[in-house]
Design a protein around this ligand. Sequence first.
Ligand SMILES: [Mn+2]
Length: 318
Amino acid sequence: MRFTKTTIQQATNLLLKSKNVALFAHTRPDADALGSSVALHLALAKANISSQVFCDSPLSQEMIDMGFDQYVKSEFFGQYDLYVSVDCGDANRIGEFAPVFTSQKNTLTIDHHGGDYYSANNCVILYSATAQIIYEIISGFGIELDKQIATYLYAGLCTDTGCFSHSNTNKDSFLLASKLVEYGVNVEYISRLFFKDTSFKQSKFIGERMNKMLSLCDGKFVVIFAQEQDWQKYGLTRLACEGMVSHAIDVKEAIVAASISQYGENSYKISLRGKNFDVQRICAQFGGGGHKFASGCQINGDLYDIIDKLEREVIYYL
Ligand SMILES: [Mn+2]
């Protein structure tokens, strides 16, 4: 297969000449993956093109509150004339459906991570969110946007920019936000849902985890971690650890932060954040990836061995 670079215009044309499109959001989906996929699905419907959104993972409560569960199927079915991966920097991000996707001829990637091309057509642009690429693509559909589509795109843009505060936030992020808000997006609802709302149990759990945070490398590397019993104690699931890393990187002295959460008996999921410090190269060494200043990976082994391994990597690059 030839992997070619695809412009917005070409991606728009590819979609518009299709009759039935399969859309794949990445595993453990966030609001950009689902907001982009479902917005594209709704826009395609307006252009009289049928499509189906697939994602291999259960949806978090926030995603259900957004209404994404009404559109997303966790079992793959059907035959399509175009297969599209949305917000997936590499084919593995498609998760369980990766083999389905990679065995197709007519594939299109719409993504902003800037990884290697793995589709026949690759519309990869380093925007702050995939939602931004989707907006430009559907602008060529000749349809009228509505509040729902605008809300889904806004959710992707708002969350991927950390509520317009990460270093990937730029003039274009605000320009798009301003266009979307014109359709009546409830800005307060989205920021509350994704950045503020937390249950009492969750607050207690995070409080305890923050109390146990480790300060390494003279305070430049802050680690927050949780094992199964830590969230079970509060009747929570491992989803309680989502976003935990932000509390570590919020420490003023921290240049790098890690959250380490148990994923299996002897396996941990790592999220790394950097302040103008490339954490992608560290995650890549453990087979992970993401963005330059926000990346993740999974490491097998003992919790404290993993902390040591990460500390050695951080020291090397500091
Ligand atoms: Mn994204």
